[in-house]
Design a protein around this ligand. Structure first.
Ligand code: FAD
Length: 508
């Protein structure tokens, strides 16, 4: 055997760089389902099912092409349970001359594979992942010599470099950023005529995976009743088309809005397809840009969407790979609380948090503002250890892979990196949630109150957070307004708030 080509569960594309010179006469593909990937954090049932089903569908594609494939099944009695163990077994059996793979997304996985290659004394050929616009080297070059990194400058440079939404050297529409157009809430009437979310009924392969997950991972979080994710390239393309046609036009305007019982709104639901490489970033951005060029979607919506993928997604990847392995240990605010148990059940009286948690456990999905300004905000204000927040976020979402999840959780949402990802902590009181959703209407807590039986825990903990961290935050000019409001409070009120925050932490 010439090459044993490693294909991980999030590298499911025939055109991946690892496969460009694949020769079925002298090479073979290796894929493995292993317990470790589902248990190093307690992966949700939806997440395990998505990965396994997409892997099995990809394996079928390879077999249909008559490409030699060595595939370890999870329930195979000989399965060692780890990527390293399975790879070692395959190498000993097949004796390849070299291992070839597309650079993996996660640091831990790269270490594991490198160490197998080393102990087996085999060359490991790592190729760039072409599903991204940029390489980690590009990011490192951009970061070099800059005192402070900001997504906005990276994003503008990429718009220019790749000619995305550009009019010569000027941004289309004369501005780089349409955030001001993209912050609407649904008002009192709520969302009108919402398009249907994309939905893919499980086929036979998926059904047998769902049965397996139900059997083997019964104790893992979440449920499978509503599993409807795309699991093949063809379905992913359909999901992309569905988004561009039905949801992109209003994506921008309602990007930050929330509504009880409505998990999908105008979001794309494409993160899992992108992260598993059923879609490439380039084709998704291209599809959105074409929709604008053809007059099918307005520029602010398209720019808002492109910013997430060309901007944020490429940015967090560069951040992850240039900061690991120390990044995962960071805890700039010295947050030491435990994650409350209700994060695994959704059983809490806080209506916004309950809605976001229940939907997460049911679908493996929550949109960005729910993750940042409901779930993440709660952990940040409460002072939960960022490592525990990270492990929860990595467990529950179908799109969760460490390279994208960790900078978003530890950096953007928990300020654990002290300001690398975000220029200030994303802190707000319950009033932000009230403005952007209808959750507070049915809630027993009042976001306007910070003390007393009706006080919203977000509002109480917001002031408590500012008070606790005022010294370290006072050097940040972007916190000035919030700290000024804090300084208007009497020490008596602060004392009551502190007491109420403590009581909340110990009761929930
Ligand atoms: P849309 O709202 O339709 O956005 C379009 C696409 O843009 C997404 O599919 C995604 O690929 C990309 N995108 C948007 N925001 C970001 C971002 N901040 N970073 C990277 N890409 C982005 N995204 C993941 O893919 N995996 C994760 O594990 C993950 N964990 C997160 C944890 C926290 C605490 C936060 C605040 C955000 C996290 N995100 C993660 C980013 C974002 O919330 C999800 O990508 C998005 O909600 C997925 O839903 P969607 O496909 O409908 O996205």
């Amino acid at each position: 055997l010439r090459h044993l080509v490693i294909v991980l569960g999030d590298q499911l594309d025939l055109t991946a760089s690892a496969l460009t010179d694949f020769d079925p006469a002298q090479d073979a593909v290796w894929m493995a389902e292993v317990m470790q990937e589902a248990t190093h954090v307690p992966s949700s049932k939806q997440r395990i099912a998505l990965f396994l089903s997409a892997m099995r569908h990809f394996a079928q594609t390879l077999l249909e092409k008559d490409w030699p494939l060595h595939y370890s099944h999870l329930e195979d009695g000989q399965n060692s349970g780890t990527l390293q163990g399975e790879l070692k077994r395959a190498i000993e059996r097949l004796r390849p001359q070299a291992l070839v793979m597309t650079a993996p997304g996660d640091w831990r996985v790269l270490q594991d594979i490198q160490s197998v290659a080393q102990t087996q004394q085999l060359p490991l050929v790592l190729r760039d992942d072409t599903h991204f616009f940029t390489t980690v080297r590009d990011f490192a070059a951009h970061a070099k010599g800059r005192k402070q990194l900001r997504m906005e400058y990276w994003y503008r440079a990429l718009r220019q470099r790749f000619g995305v939404l550009m009019d010569g050297d000027q941004p289309s529409g004369g501005q780089w950023n349409f955030d001001a157009d993209n912050r609407a809430s649904f008002g009192v009437k709520g969302p009108q005529n919402l398009p249907n979310p994309s939905h893919f009924a499980p086929d036979k392969t998926t059904q047998s995976v769902l049965d397996l997950v139900q059997r083997v991972f019964a104790q893992h979080p979440g449920s499978l009743d509503d599993f409807a994710w795309p699991v093949t390239r063809a379905q992913a393309l359909q999901a992309l088309d569905d988004f561009i046609t039905h949801r992109l036009p209003l994506f921008g305007r309602y990007e930050d809005a929330m509504w009880a019982g409505q998990p999908w709104l105008y979001h794309s639901q494409l993160s899992a397809c992108l992260n598993l490489k059923l879609l490439s970033a380039q084709e998704v951005v291209q599809a959105a840009q074409s929709a604008w060029q053809q007059g099918r979607a307005p520029l602010p919506a398209v720019e808002g969407f492109v910013r997430q993928i060309l901007g944020w997604r490429e940015y967090v990847r560069g951040m992850y790979w240039t900061q690991m392995p120390r990044y995962i240990e960071r805890n700039a605010l010295n947050a030491q609380e435990d994650l409350p148990g209700f994060f695994w059940t959704g059983d809490t009286d806080m209506a916004c948090l309950r809605d976001a948690l229940k939907q997460t456990l049911r679908y493996g999905y929550a949109h960005h503002i729910q993750r940042l300004m409901v779930l993440g905000l709660y952990g940040l204000l409460r002072g939960v250890h960022p490592r525990q927040m990270h492990e929860w976020f990595l467990s529950v979402y179908v799109d969760a892979v460490e390279w994208v999840e960790l900078p978003n959780t530890l950096g953007m949402s928990q300020f654990g990196d002290g300001g690398l990802m975000a220029s200030k902590p994303y802190v707000a009181s319950g009033k932000y949630i009230q403005r952007m959703s209808n959750h507070c209407q049915g809630c027993r807590f009042d976001p306007a109150q910070s003390v007393g039986p009706q006080a919203c825990p977000y509002t109480t903990m917001y002031w408590d957070f500012l008070h606790r961290h005022q010294e370290s935050l006072s050097s940040n000019p972007r916190m000035a307004m919030q700290l000024k409001n804090l300084s208007r409070m009497s020490s008596e009120t602060i004392g009551q708030i502190q007491q109420q925050a403590r009581a909340h932490r110990s009761s929930e």
